[in-house]
Ligand binder design. Structure first.
Ligand SMILES: [Zn+2]
Length: 203
């Protein structure tokens, strides 16, 4: 399902902005009603979906493409299951999530239960940490058809929604992580390669 993307040096980018970019630390703007079905917004959404699939990740927020607007896209394709052992898939409460786009999303926490699991971010490439997230949320907003949409999510899908919503408020998972669990994902490989390894930011 990967699509080829030409490099772009102006937003919306075809790559993920990286931590340090001010766009990741501001509160993004609402999309005004008159802009909702504009070519500009449809183009941004289209590009978010392309980047999401090209990088084979599960969520993207518009600021991650350099656009400070309140738009998120999430998808957990069935094929992704193969990237995890059955134990991990179960333990992290992963499940298939069809492509879901929300403009001006709101999130409501349902219940107090939280799960702590490893989490990473395409805007903090190469690292991960354990983060506590609520188990069940309701997301509402403008959906892909430009009409109000609502989704109730549990487990990993609820985690994705909370992570992407945070991006719209300038919050990155490292602000919420268990600090002592922060790791470089390839630390072991770095040792076995005599210190040689690279973090790539494009794909
Ligand atoms: Zn992220």
């Amino acid at each position: 399902m990967s699509v080829d993307l030409e490099p772009r040096t102006a937003p919306p980018y075809n790559h993920f902005t990286q931590i340090g970019d001010p766009v990741l630390r501001i509160r993004s703007d609402e999309v005004s009603p008159e802009r909702l079905d504009s070519k500009e917004i449809l183009g941004i959404v289209d590009q978010m979906v392309k980047v999401l699939r090209h990088y084979d990740c599960v969520g993207v927020a518009a600021p991650q493409l350099g656009v400070p607007l309140r738009i998120i896209a999430m998808e957990f394709r069935e094929e992704k299951r193969e990237q995890f052992t059955p134990e991990v898939y179960l333990q992290r409460k992963m499940s298939t999530l069809p492509l879901s786009v929300f403009i001006n999303p709101k999130i409501e926490i349902i219940g107090d239960m939280q799960h702590t699991q490893p989490e990473g971010c395409m805007s903090v490439r190469g690292f991960s940490a354990r983060v506590a997230r609520y188990d069940r949320v309701r997301v509402t907003g403008i959906g892909m058809l430009g009409t109000p949409d609502e989704l109730e999510l549990v487990g990993w899908s609820a985690r994705i929604a909370q992570h992407e919503m945070d991006h719209l408020n300038g919050i990155i998972y490292i602000d919420r992580m268990d600090v002592s669990s922060f790791i470089c994902n390839t630390w072991a490989r770095i040792n076995s390669n005599g210190g040689r390894d690279v973090i790539t930011f494009d794909k």
